[in-house]
Design a protein around this ligand. Structure first.
Ligand SMILES: Cc1cc2nc3c(=O)[nH]c(=O)nc-3n(C[C@H](O)[C@H](O)[C@H](O)COP(=O)(O)OP(=O)(O)OC[C@H]3O[C@@H](n4cnc5c(N)ncnc54)[C@H](O)[C@@H]3O)c2cc1C
Length: 504
């Protein structure tokens, strides 16, 4: 299977999915290739903060401005991916109020609306907060569902004719003088190799950007920074809680549907494929996080996970938090004389649409086309759909029948509908597209039921014990760092179930 197209986009995170939707809406044929599933990189391993830009207002006003502008646009085009919770920048006694005053001024400069709340006002909204807090500043932060966001961009692109190749990796690039002529690729499930020829190539591989550039002998200055996060068993806060001080470790708790996500750390890494959450990071997150929300010290956690931030180095700086969280768009024609290669990296999930717009504008300019971007006003396909557990609960009725996942109320019917409509290639693809295994038991009680559904639908490819074992091994990576107290007891129960029933 060899393919010819106008633009090949490498990387199926928010940026790559956003670019292929943008180009497709402009009528430009393109293909997206992703080595795993959609959102399997940083786009599925982040905090889920729907930034107001407040976090960067003092140190990085440009990135902050991008966030608040996109915050306004995404509320219109992707309301079903967003929970409008507001956010609070909380000053604790040890933080003092000097940073708060700078923060208020910086927010005003970049256009972020703020409300200063006294101690009692904020405690009435967020009763779990440290009662000794001095004050809080309210900003339009929120929570965003990254999986739905990426999947919906890809779905809309497909509806507009884009071909999306998942579990397929670019392994080399073919040069022809000062142009890239094609990409050699490998299907990681079937092992088949094929070539994709294109007029333009976009490297939207985020933290992997230098691995693609290495294929043509190039490199950009980029640091890789690991950020680790912990998921609580229940939701502790209504809105996003930020510490009102310069960005630092463990200074944010983002609500996410039924849970809260505590983060984050910033640790330099060399290897983008192999990393884990360390015990030191877990201790730091719990210790610092509980200063904002004391209940964190006693809370049960259900999972730990980490993602890699690609930070563009315009100049070497000591602290990774000082490097801009803005994005970089590199035209390799100007930088390296390679006429048809573009790299887009860095940025935020919240700025994915803007990153896609700028990349698509550059492609259009190179093609000599004058087609305007429409993604700022064109809602995603599911924009009228309700989001969140409360809405799922309302939709759920006895008529929906059997439930596969009790924690997240996923009906069997929803899974069967998904299996009937999408070309899923891997077991994890099902988990990415539903709330299965995202709740308190992290799949302990529902994944074997899912295998039953697959078996009944005659869709089980391969040995079910092997699939189950693969899932449990992957799950263990997230469970192991948070095993203490009640979590150990539940894990022992799950171990007995799998040993007793499945003879593992
Ligand atoms: C710890 C952490 C917390 C964050 N928190 C937030 C937050 O709260 N809010 C927010 O707005 N942003 C947040 N971000 C930033 C946000 O996650 C990223 O900016 C965004 O997801 C980047 O998307 P991307 O598509 O550029 O990269 P990615 O999502 O990493 O996508 C790149 C893709 O390229 C694929 N790929 C790599 N090599 C190849 C190849 N050879 N062939 C085919 N495919 C390939 C990878 O598999 C990957 O899926 C956070 C990031 C991290 C790491």
């Amino acid at each position: 299977m060899d393919i010819k197209t106008e633009v090949l986009i490498v990387g199926g995170g928010a940026t790559g999915a956003g670019i292929c939707r943008d180009l497709a809406l402009r009528g430009i044929p393109c293909v997206l290739i992703e080595k795993g599933d959609l959102a399997s990189g940083a786009s599925g391993r982040n905090h889920g903060l729907f930034h107001s830009g407040g976090r960067y207002a003092v140190a990085d006003p440009e990135a902050s401005r991008e966030c608040i502008t996109e915050n306004g646009i995404l509320r219109k085009i992707a309301p079903h991916c967003i929970e409008e919770t507001d956010g609070f920048f909380v000053s604790l006694p040890e933080d003092g109020l000097a940073f708060r005053d700078k923060f208020l001024q910086a927010c005003e400069k970049v256009g972020i609306q703020t409300t200063l709340l006294n101690r009692d006002e904020v405690l009435s909204l967020e009763p779990e907060l440290n009662p000794n807090l001095l004050s809080a500043v309210k900003v339009p932060d929120g929570a965003i569902d990254p999986f739905t966001l990426v999947l919906e961009n890809a779905r809309d692109a497909e509806l507009h004719g884009v071909k999306i190749l998942l579990h397929s990796e670019v392994t080399s690039l073919i040069l022809d003088g000062d142009r890239v002529k094609g990409a050699k690729t490998k299907d990681r499930i079937r092992g088949e190799e094929y070539t994709i020829e294109a007029s333009y190539f976009v490297n939207a591989t985020g933290a992997w950007a230098n691995q693609i550039l290495k294929l043509v002998g190039l490199r950009i200055g980029m640091a890789l920074s690991k950020g680790s996060m912990l998921i609580t068993n229940t939701r502790l806060n209504h809105g996003v809680i930020n510490r009102c001080r310069p960005p630092s470790d463990a200074d944010i708790v983002v609500p996410n549907d039924t849970v809260s996500i505590l983060g984050t750390t910033s640790i330099r890494l060399e290897d983008v494929e192999h990393f884990e959450v360390t015990p030191d990071e877990v201790s730091l997150l719990v210790q610092e996080g509980s200063k904002m929300i004391p209940a964190i010290r006693e809370t049960r956690f259900i999972r730990a996970y980490a993602g890699i931030r690609p930070l563009f180095l315009s100049e070497e700086k000591g602290d990774d938090r000082a490097i801009s969280r803005g994005f970089v768009l590199i035209d390799h024609a100007k930088r390296d004389g390679l006429q048809n290669l573009i790299t887009i990296t860095g940025g935020k999930l919240v700025t994915y649409r803007l990153m896609a717009e700028r990349t698509s504008d550059l492609i259009c300019q190179k093609m000599g086309r004058n087609t305007a971007c429409s993604t700022h006003s064109n809602p995603l396909p599911g924009a009228s759909r309700p989001a969140g557990l409360r809405e799922r609960f309302k939709q759920f009725s006895a008529a929906r029948g059997e439930i596969v996942c009790d924690c997240e109320l996923v009906p069997r019917k929803e899974v069967e509908e998904l299996l009937g409509t999408e070309k899923l290639r891997d077991f994890q693809d099902i988990l990415h597209r539903t709330r299965l295994a995202k709740g308190t038991c992290q799949g302990g009680f529902c994944v074997y039921r899912l295998l039953g559904v697959l078996h009944d639908s005659k869709m089980l490819q391969g040995d079910s014990n092997k699939i189950l074992k693969g899932f449990l091994e992957e799950r263990w990576k997230g469970i192991r760092p948070i095993l203490w107290g009640a979590a150990v007891k539940e894990e022992e129960l799950i171990e007995y179930i799998y040993k007793g029933i499945f003879n593992f």
